[in-house]
Design a protein around this ligand. Structure first.
Ligand SMILES: [Zn+2]
Length: 428
């Protein structure tokens, strides 16, 4: 099967460097700059990158402690940048104030310290190396989840402040979307599953349905009753203890049964449309704290997300219905009418989504399930070309559906992309 390589760039933050390490980094960077300048000096004489290599290589090798690979990278950077300046009306030979140093596999290793902190060991000259410790922050978590998802990298770029930019790659098989219809599911706290059936050919919503509206109501009742019995049990009532056990069982069975039933109903819906199913990927946020995941945590806490998901997956396998899990980014905040990204929830009524840009007020769950369906189409199409998606129209107004994809998938807000931007980080 032919595939296509997709690249993303992610910048990892470093922990503060010791003065010794900063010194090494500075020495490394300034040497790289010196080598760059040496190339730039010869640039007006060179008519090709290879020619530039012949003009500079032996001279630089005599004087520089940089390994030859890295000298080559500098030459490529100089050549690209020279081309860029030429194209933009600058004269050749403009010098650099900052740089990023691209290192291939031979010159770095991703390791962990004895205490388990992730680090990059950088070899800046044969047999000379130093270690940059990485902050285990959100960027690092994302980096890790990419690795777990099968993304790989074989070069990194060292930025002059010690940050590290990594180009991740993954091979995606060319996907054919056999199904015309996609079912987007939003798993929610008031409704177990809000569902949108979306026609990808005509770009319109065919149906929107609710499943399992009773579950939340029952859950609330169970919780209330449990609290009551627990208070009695705590006072020593044996009968209450026994009832509590029984109630817990009942609750578990109820949740299991209803989750299974709802999953079945959705499978039947998918069968009737010959649709594939898309849901939000939430599993990685379980158990984490913090504001970022609050909504997800609330969702998971109140609803039988895990059970339902499990039933959905096994049923999809059984009936050979493709299941696509989409990134949860912005699905609840994105406006399906104008494409704007808003806070969303109406201050008057949490169940309503109110767009600040266009004023649309809709049911949040219905809108979110539509967002899941649209996002699934976007993600499945992104290996082809985003321009294909002009055909998706949610309404008569133009919708910038890209808002549903993380910026590093589409462009390079957090990225240093060497193909377009050989020298500078766009971070600053
Ligand atoms: Zn709007």
């Amino acid at each position: 099967m032919t595939g296509k390589t997709v690249r993303k760039c992610i910048v990892l933050n470093n922990l503060d460097l010791t003065s010794k390490k900063s010194e090494v980094l500075d020495r490394f960077t300034s040497e790289y700059m010196r080598v760059l300048d040496a190339h730039l000096l010869q640039l007006p004489l060179a008519d090709s990158s290879v020619n530039l290599h012949h003009l500079t290589y032996s001279g630089i090798r005599k004087t520089s402690f940089l390994p030859s690979d890295i000298v080559q990278e500098a030459r490529k950077d100089a050549w690209k940048q020279g081309k860029y300046f030429e194209g933009n009306g600058f004269t050749k030979g403009t010098d650099f104030k900052r740089c990023s140093i691209r290192l291939n596999k031979r010159w770095f290793r991703f390791i962990k310290t004895d205490r388990g902190n992730p680090c990059f060991k950088i070899t800046y000259s044969p047999r000379k190396s130093y270690v940059i410790p990485v902050q285990t922050d959100r960027q690092y978590e994302r980096f890790n989840s990419f690795l777990n998802d099968g993304w790989t990298f074989d070069n990194i770029s060292l930025l002059s402040d010690g940050k590290i930019s990594i180009v991740l790659e993954k091979e995606f098989p060319e996907q054919e979307i056999g199904q015309r219809y996609v079912i987007g599911i939003d798993i929610g706290s008031s409704t177990l599953a809000a569902v949108t059936v979306f026609d990808s050919l005509e770009g319109r919503v065919v149906r929107q349905l609710y499943f399992g509206r009773d579950v939340a109501k029952h859950q609330r009742r169970f919780i209330k009753r449990r609290a009551y019995l627990k208070s009695l049990a705590d006072k020593g009532s044996r009968r209450a203890k026994k009832s509590l056990r029984k109630l817990r069982n009942n609750q578990r069975n109820f949740v299991k049964t209803r989750s299974g039933q709802v999953a079945k109903e959705i499978i039947n819906l998918a069968k009737s449309y010959d649709a594939y199913i898309s849901v939000e990927k939430l599993k990685n946020v379980r158990g984490k704290k913090g504001k970022f995941n609050r909504k997800a945590n609330q969702k998971i806490g109140k609803i039988p997300y895990g059970k339902f998901n499990q039933f959905l997956k096994s049923n999809c396998e059984m009936f050979r219905i493709p299941l696509h899990e989409v990134d949860a980014y912005h699905t609840s905040r994105w406006c399906s009418r104008c494409g704007a990204v808003n806070k969303g929830h109406s201050s008057m009524n949490y169940a309503l989504y109110k767009c600040k840009s266009c004023g649309q007020t809709v049911n949040s769950d219905k809108k979110a399930s539509l967002a899941v369906a649209v996002k699934s189409l976007l993600e499945r199409n992104k290996t082809h070309s985003l321009t294909n998606l002009g055909s998706i129209q949610i309404s008569s107004r133009r919708v910038p559906v890209n808002a549903l994809l993380r910026s590093d998938v589409v462009g390079n807000v957090v990225a240093v992309q060497h193909d377009y931007q050989p020298m500078e980080s766009s971070l600053r």
